[in-house]
Write a protein that binds this ligand. Structure first.
Ligand SMILES: *Cc1c(COP(=O)(O)O)cnc(C)c1O
Length: 222
């Protein structure tokens, strides 16, 4: 199936309130253009350098989402254009995003990454730590970032029950954190679900899915 057919199939199978991020990491610009011509306007990348190159090569009405782990020293390269940063997992990163956003005279939307997986390899804040950050005085001083929700990645496993429990934990965490709403914490988004588990994620409350291989095909890592 073509990229366009894959996109149409996924879009027709998800509810209207769920946003589809097309994860285009490692894929050539021509593939992204094919998705763009099929109407897709939100793309997710996990490396800043690669995202910058694609941003420069493609139409400017694309919303670019950084879905990977972010190193503070690279925030400056994406600060002029990034639309949403999914993987914020420490306060110092938020401070750097705020600083670079200010330099570019903008407010950058971010999600707090919550650790829901059992695996040690997955990044993320504990629900308690996230709550602590959102309530801190230091956070209230960051005028150029806005936290618009949470993001999580389930354990890499075939165990559907475990994945469902982890997604449910993210939904519960979102519901709890919602009470802390403030001028720079406006929770709306629960980013969870990838090619293999987005249906389950949606049934657990996801409002934003990040789908790569089901749109663009398998990735070949060199
Ligand atoms: C690569 C990636 C995805 C997409 O994975 P697929 O299984 O190809 O859909 C989603 N989220 C994150 C954080 C990723 O790195």
């Amino acid at each position: 199936m073509s990229i366009q057919e894959n996109l149409n199939k996924i879009k027709s199978s998800i509810p209207e309130h769920v946003t589809l991020v097309a994860v285009s990491k490692t894929k050539p610009v021509s593939d992204l253009l094919e998705a763009y011509n099929a109407g897709q306007r939100i793309f997710g990348e996990n490396k800043i350098q690669e995202m910058v190159e694609k941003f420069e090569a493609l139409p400017k009405d694309i919303a670019w989402h950084m879905i990977g782990h972010v190193q503070s020293n690279k925030v400056k390269y994406m600060a002029p254009f990034v639309s949403l940063i999914h993987g914020v997992d420490k306060f110092s990163l938020l401070e750097e995003i705020n600083k670079q956003a200010k330099k570019n005279n903008r407010i950058i939307n971010c999600l707090l990454q919550i650790k829901i997986a059992e695996e040690d390899s997955k990044f993320g804040l504990s629900p308690e730590k996230a709550s602590e950050i959102l309530q801190s005085e230091a956070f209230s001083e960051l005028k150029n970032v806005k936290i618009v929700g949470v993001m999580g990645m389930a354990t890499f496993t075939d165990n559907q029950i475990q994945i469902e429990n982890e997604f449910s934990l993210l939904k519960e965490t979102f519901n709890t954190l919602k009470a802390l709403k403030s001028f720079n914490f406006q929770p709306e988004i629960i980013s969870m679900g990838m090619s293999g588990d987005y249906q389950l994620a949606i049934s657990c409350g996801s409002t934003m899915i990040r789908v790569g291989s089901s749109i663009f095909g398998e990735r070949n890592y060199l």
